[in-house]
Design a protein around this ligand. Structure first.
Ligand code: 5CA
Ligand code: ZN
Length: 478
């Protein structure tokens, strides 16, 4: 047992906050001991999960976006151009004021998000409708002087894994279609992480600073609070007018472009860890697990034939494209089970002398604990198939759990009863005053209007009693 494992006392997941913090440490995801508040350090194991997660978002975006990278530092005069945007970020932005000992003549913002770094360049790059749609993204660190409670992976002051896409279109309608496409990409991205999300249009007072409207995807965390795990914003031509991004249309006229931007961060990893983990530690969806199969040799005095058999199985699995590791340490099997369960390895293979004689291995699923014997000659097929079953089981379980915690309510009393468990769906007349009063009375937030809101009678606004024009998700939020 390593030192860390000796002192590893993972609390029950029922005490979610404690469980989450301890798990990030024991499973070696992020080290929170860095001496700047809101900045955390990736352990290599956690960083490998990040790499696998971001390979998925790259795969989805690279179908019709290009990846690039813009500078981190934004001159004050550019940053301060878009009034709404500044209002939204002026309390959060970090400034660089010196180069060495000499004060800078123009102070530089550390990007909190990159609109004001990118759009002066888009002004130079976009000339004609033939240049559109322009669809670029970057995966960078961004900085926000968050004043609410900072937490690793959830609310950082240095967002280490900020994927931001910024697109330019000929018309408002095309930009609106891109926002819908972005949300589809996020739903698929989270499906690949076996994380169900709810897409909703944020109320006007909660949209992105400078946007026409915002659509967000939220995940439901084990403590009943929702985590905003992605957002897509329709920017209209607001930024195009501010940064003079125009294109020549086929009739030869100069027209302001319409834009969108959409982002996810390491909250995607916070969600998959929180939703799938259990009292034994991480439970990783196979596609993002650094190790997908761990082989545990059950050895006694003479173990060379068992070790050889394990090495053969390892080669077979590697040839089948599976990420596999044999644990040859001299710990007892039980200590090994504990270690790899904590690390969320989806599949364990146990091979001992008796199994060898019978030509089998014992295959153990991390998500359900189910054990079964598998003939050695089928081991790679059985492993691959079981990894697929684990992926779909994790997603189905998470969907069922989320659906069971969405409550249709008609009064604020109902909502108050249910909010400790999850999300309420509540009629609303759509007036801002009523909306703010709803948030005030339930001490929670209006997430927004579900993008898949079905037609039909919505009931009555719980504040003013008028016919409700919509139903909205409300929930306690991170
Ligand atoms: N402090 C933070 N720590 C971790 N993730 C964050 C933090 N702030 C925002 N995020 C994540 O980043 C996503 C995009 O941020 S945002 O402000 O909503 N949108 C933008 O910045 C736009 N430029 C689109 S990229 C959010 O949906 C949220 O999931
Ligand atoms: Zn009302």
């Amino acid at each position: 047992m390593t030192e860390k494992e000796k002192e590893a006392t993972l609390p029950s997941k029922k005490d979610f906050s404690e469980w989450y913090n301890e798990l990030l440490r024991i499973a070696e995801i992020m080290d929170v001991r860095y001496p700047v508040k809101g900045l955390y350090v990736w352990y290599p194991f956690g960083f490998t999960i990040r790499k696998n997660v971001y390979n998925i978002i790259r795969e989805l975006l690279d179908k019709d976006h290009m990846e690039t990278m813009f500078p981190l530092l934004i001159p004050e005069n550019e940053f301060m151009k878009e009034a709404e945007h500044i209002k939204g970020f002026e309390d959060e932005v970090y400034w660089v004021t010196h180069g060495g000992t000499s004060p800078l003549d123009v102070k530089l913002a550390l990007r909190p998000t990159s609109e004001t770094a990118i759009y002066p360049m888009y002004k130079l790059w976009v000339r004609s409708h033939a240049d559109l749609p322009l669809k670029l993204y970057q995966i960078v660190n961004t900085f926000r002087y968050e004043t609410k409670h900072t937490r690793p992976l959830i609310r950082l002051r240095e967002i280490t894994s900020f994927k931001e896409a910024h697109t330019v279109h000929a018309t408002w309608q095309e930009a609106a279609e891109q926002v819908d496409e972005a949300i589809k990409i996020y739903i698929e991205f989270y499906y690949r992480l076996a994380v169900p999300v709810l897409a909703s249009k944020r109320p006007d007072w909660d949209k992105f600073p400078g946007a026409d409207y915002t659509i967000a995807v939220d995940a439901l965390m084990p403590d009943g609070k929702t985590l905003q795990v992605g957002t897509a914003h329709h920017l209209g031509d607001n930024f195009a007018r501010t940064f003079d991004i125009k294109y020549e249309n086929p009739a030869g006229e100069q027209v302001y472009a319409h834009q969108t931007c959409y982002g996810v961060s390491e909250r995607s990893i916070a969600a998959l860890i929180s939703i799938h983990g259990d009292d034994k530690g991480l439970v990783l969806p196979p596609e993002v697990a650094p190790i997908q199969v761990v082989i545990i040799p059950i050895v006694f005095k003479d173990s060379s034939d068992v070790i050889q058999a394990c090495e053969k199985v390892q080669q077979l699995l590697q040839d089948a494209g599976i990420r596999v590791k044999i644990d040859l340490s001299d710990d007892r099997p039980g200590a090994k089970y504990y270690r790899w369960e904590m690390k969320g390895v989806p599949l364990r293979l146990e091979i001992g002398p008796r199994d060898l004689k019978n030509g089998v291995a014992v295959l153990v699923r991390r998500d359900t604990g189910e054990k079964r014997q598998v003939p050695l000659e089928n081991i790679s097929h059985e492993s691959k198939e079981t990894l697929k079953v684990i992926q779909s089981t994790l997603f189905e379980k998470a969907v069922a759990d989320m659906q069971a915690r969405i409550f249709v309510c008609s009064t604020l009393e109902d909502v108050n009863e249910k909010l400790s468990e999850g999300i309420a769906l509540l009629p609303w007349c759509g007036d801002k005053a009523c909306g703010l009063q709803i948030e005030e009375e339930i001490g929670a937030g209006i997430l927004g209007i579900p993008t898949d809101q079905e037609e039909g009678h919505k009931g009555h606004c719980p504040v003013c009693g008028k016919d409700a024009s919509v139903k909205v998700y409300v929930a306690r939020k991170y």
